[in-house]
Design a protein around this ligand. Structure first.
Ligand SMILES: [Zn+2]
Length: 348
């Protein structure tokens, strides 16, 4: 595990409200007087969050009520942003894109702009301290009506380190097309778009995200496997959407633990990550929600090493792929790529 921790990693898909430290939640709950936590000691609370591993999406989503409850002041948001970068950097992450839905952080009276500014302060401080290159992505929520406003906010927040716009939230019953106008606003302002799709709903959502929303990457996207033919554990044929995703090399922000915990696949061994990777899809490895899934990039690396045979060359490939797919200005990523190549090539 320690050997994997030392490998340089790139993280494209990590939610700020899904990655808080347990002791920080307790601390902030005391500060803001939030009394709704399901446990008041660190061990009990950690265990409660990890019960999200039960495979129930509802239970998984409920846990965000508690993290968001303590993320309503500028001080709290700055701290959470800061600690997220410190924590992923300690896990070997050299490039991190962190995302959040600012509309969920205004209950305490902050404006959307103040929310983004507070997070950005924490992230930038930790980025300077650790050397981890970071970028922020703002999430519009599919179940809400304000996605265009959030897209405009993302465009207006580029100076604060916002590098992209995302659609998140429940998928079934919420077609991505409904938010195509928001994605268009971001794209017309030359801000890249990624969209959660093919997680809680099928291939049609990936198709909508790509062609109606102009997504350059897909969050999760793992249900693209439903548009392939699998024989003896390998993809032998691809349907029209899967062919497009593979041939255009659309980066897939795959989060194995998260997919198990939300019940999309029963076990890590049955997750299609290995098949997709071997069939040439542009897969990357991600944490999604470090707290709820009790995971880290090192853990994700370890899981695919154990269950899908990934080795050093594969970790190098997915890390390169993630850096190539990043939304941060290219010169910074090019520098990173050279650094990462040097380290991995030494290990072969
Ligand atoms: Zn996500």
């Amino acid at each position: 595990m320690e050997e994997l921790r030392s490998l340089p990693k790139a993280l494209l898909h990590d939610h700020l409200d899904g990655g808080l430290r347990v002791d920080t939640i307790l601390d902030l709950a005391t500060t803001v007087g939030y009394e709704g936590l399901p446990a008041t000691d660190e061990a009990g609370l950690r265990e409660w969050f990890h019960q999200g591993e039960s495979g129930s999406l509802e239970r998984y989503l409920e846990s965000f009520d508690h993290t968001l409850a303590v993320m309503q002041t500028a001080e709290a948001l700055e701290r959470v942003g800061y600690e997220a970068v410190v924590d992923v950097a300690a896990d070997g992450v050299v490039y991190a894109e962190l995302r959040f839905a600012p509309a969920f952080n205004t209950d305490g009276g902050l404006t959307l702009e103040e929310v983004v500014a507070a997070v950005a302060r924490g992230v930038q401080t930790a980025s300077s301290e650790t050397g981890c290159v970071t970028g922020l992505i703002l999430d519009g929520m599919r179940q809400m009506k304000d996605s265009e406003e959030i897209a405009d906010l993302a465009v207006a927040s580029r100076d604060l380190g916002v590098i992209g716009f995302d659609l998140a939230g429940p998928e079934a019953g919420y077609p991505n097309d409904d938010h195509a106008p928001a994605c268009l606003r971001a794209r017309e302002a030359n801000l890249p778009v990624t969209v959660h799709a093919g997680e809680g709903d099928g291939v049609h959502q990936i198709w909508r995200a790509l062609h109606h929303c102009g997504a350059l990457r897909i969050g999760h996207g793992v249900r693209i496997i439903e548009d392939t033919t699998v024989i003896n554990g390998e993809i032998t044929d691809t349907g029209p959407v899967a062919s497009f995703v593979r041939d255009v090399q659309v980066p897939l922000e795959v989060s194995v633990s998260s997919n198990i915990h939300t019940g999309i696949f029963p076990t890590v061994a049955e997750h299609p990550i290995g098949m997709l990777y071997r069939a040439g899809f542009a897969v990357t490895l991600n944490t999604d929600n470090r707290l709820m899934s009790g995971t880290s990039m090192t853990t994700e690396f370890a899981l695919v090493a154990e269950h899908h045979g990934f080795g050093i060359g594969d970790f190098h490939a997915v890390t390169r792929r993630a850096i190539l797919a990043g939304f941060t200005p290219w010169p910074r990523r090019q520098e990173l790529l050279e650094k990462v190549d040097e380290i991995y090539l030494d290990l072969y």
